[in-house]
Design a protein around this ligand. Structure first.
Ligand SMILES: NC(=O)c1ccc[n+]([C@@H]2O[C@H](COP(=O)([O-])OP(=O)(O)OC[C@H]3O[C@@H](n4cnc5c(N)ncnc54)[C@H](O)[C@@H]3O)[C@@H](O)[C@H]2O)c1
Length: 253
């Protein structure tokens, strides 16, 4: 019960890594605000948690819209009376529309930035005052290995938004350290989630991805949720401003 008495706000918790994190956090005693733009998905995650005896509140909104984020956080605080963990997990990877700078439209560039970078800004803006009021807390941002290495198949808006999140992570870590608010970032490699499903359908493509990973396989969402649990809990009480790469060794090559 590493998160007993804690309240966690998790974006993109309707599926993939966010759902897995929400279920694991609840299993460890947290009350979880399940935030997602997909109403059915958010409700299903909350139902899964409640069915296992946990407490959850599904809230629906778009992280790129400030009034949505403000409303979702307020609903969570109203229900659970505190907030200790902000898990900025929501993100989009649109390999068809977000490509090289030479091929990407301004509208697609902006939309990817709005969800992947402005979302965490709004969550930090409206969430941090509650963390401070609760005596401190943990912010977990989700980057990507693509922020650490350029890829031959470019996703330039995604890559640069995730890269900017590293800088935001360090800035928040330093600004709020004296208020006992920690902020760290996880860089996942390839994880088996609905986000990757269209790109992993082709067995040959999947095999070539796996061959490029030293551990020889694509990760399960649980393997990232466990890293997030470490960062959310007091097990990481002296860890702030840090980047944790969970990529099966990909970037160590
Ligand atoms: N899957 C991977 O291989 C991988 C690798 C590196 C980084 N990541 C990052 O991990 C995070 C989680 O990815 P995933 O693979 O679980 O993705 P996913 O697509 O499986 O799930 C993302 C969730 O975010 C929600 N979402 C999307 N846009 C939103 C918005 N505007 N407002 C609120 N919710 C929104 C979706 O409805 C969905 O429930 C993302 O930030 C992603 O960029 C994923």
């Amino acid at each position: 019960m590493r998160l007993q008495e804690k309240v966690a706000f998790i974006t993109g918790a309707g599926m993939g890594q966010g759902r897995e994190g929400a279920c694991l956090f609840a299993q460890e005693g947290a009350r979880v605000v399940v935030a997602d733009v997909d109403k059915t998905a958010a409700a299903e995650t909350a139902r899964l948690i409640e069915r296992r005896g946990g407490q959850a509140l599904a809230v629906v909104g778009d992280v790129s819209i400030e009034r949505d984020v403000k409303r979702m956080i307020a609903a969570g605080v109203k229900r659970f009376r505190a907030l200790h963990i902000l898990y900025n997990n929501a993100g989009v990877l649109w390999k068809d529309r977000d490509r090289s700078v030479l091929e990407t439209t301004e509208a697609n560039w902006d939309r990817v930035q709005a969800i992947n970078l402005k979302g965490p800004f709004f969550v930090a803006k409206h969430g941090i005052p509650h963390l401070i009021r609760s005596g401190g807390g943990s912010i977990i941002n989700v980057g990507s290995v693509s922020a650490l290495a350029g890829f031959t198949v470019a996703q330039d808006s995604y890559t640069s938004a995730k890269g900017a999140l590293i800088s935001l992570t360090r800035s928040l870590a330093i600004q709020f350290a004296r208020q006992n608010v920690r902020c760290n970032i996880i860089h996942p490699g390839i994880i088996e989630t609905p986000m990757q499903a269209p790109y992993l359908k082709d067995p040959a493509k999947r095999k070539s991805f796996e061959e490029g990973i030293p551990l020889g396989r694509i990760a399960q969402p649980r393997e990232i949720a466990c890293v997030a649990l470490f960062l959310a809990s007091d097990d990481s009480s002296y860890v702030t401003g840090a980047e944790i790469v969970a990529d099966g060794g990909f970037t160590a090559q």
